[in-house]
Design a protein around this ligand. Structure first.
Ligand SMILES: Nc1c(C(=O)O)ncn1[C@@H]1O[C@H](COP(=O)(O)O)[C@@H](O)[C@H]1O
Length: 154
């Protein structure tokens, strides 16, 4: 993520990965404020054993795209909700990549952070039966938790 302030959003991604038993690391890396850290991280991520990068950033969110430019790994982008423009700036700056350098862009905020973890799980599940099974269980629990009728105090 681009800043400590993104953790309130991105922790939902980390918690979802934990729930699915998927190993992960959370790091603060900024294309703007820590450019050398970004280059070192993105260029070495594959050789360090990372399989997917989830990049959450807000405002002028260059982090996901710059990361994607420097790694062959799949990069998922989470637009963090910004105070000034409610995350529309984050969304548009992450989603509007030029052809040839894709970032898989999720929804703004918490839903996007959770879905980035689930999307990563779906990719990893193709080659990992344990993750595939846990993802199915997660989806099944989610289905079971949707009531068929509304409660009067809901
Ligand atoms: N978008 C980026 C990048 C980047 O794209 O490299 N680095 C920090 N930021 C974003 O700036 C916002 C405000 O950060 P602060 O709260 O630290 O001022 C955060 O949402 C962060 O992701």
């Amino acid at each position: 993520m681009g800043s400590q302030s993104d953790w309130a959003t991105m922790r939902h991604c980390a918690e979802t990965l934990d729930a699915l038993g998927i190993g992960h690391q959370a790091r603060i890396v900024s294309a703007h404020r820590t450019p050398d850290r970004l280059v070192a991280f993105a260029k070495n991520a594959e050789s360090e054993g990372f399989e997917i990068i989830i990049a959450g950033a807000g405002g002028a969110a260059h982090l996901p795209g710059m990361t994607a430019a420097m790694t062959p790994l799949p990069v998922l982008g989470v637009p963090v909700e910004s105070a000034a423009l409610s995350g529309m700036d984050s969304l548009l700056s992450i989603v509007q990549m030029p052809g040839g350098v894709p970032v898989g862009t999720l929804a703004i905020g918490k839903a996007g952070a959770v879905n980035a973890a689930l999307f990563a799980a779906a990719i990893l599940a193709r080659n990992d039966a344990g993750i595939a099974e846990r993802l199915l269980e997660y989806r099944s629990r989610q289905t079971d938790n949707v009531a068929a009728t509304p409660s009067s105090d809901g």
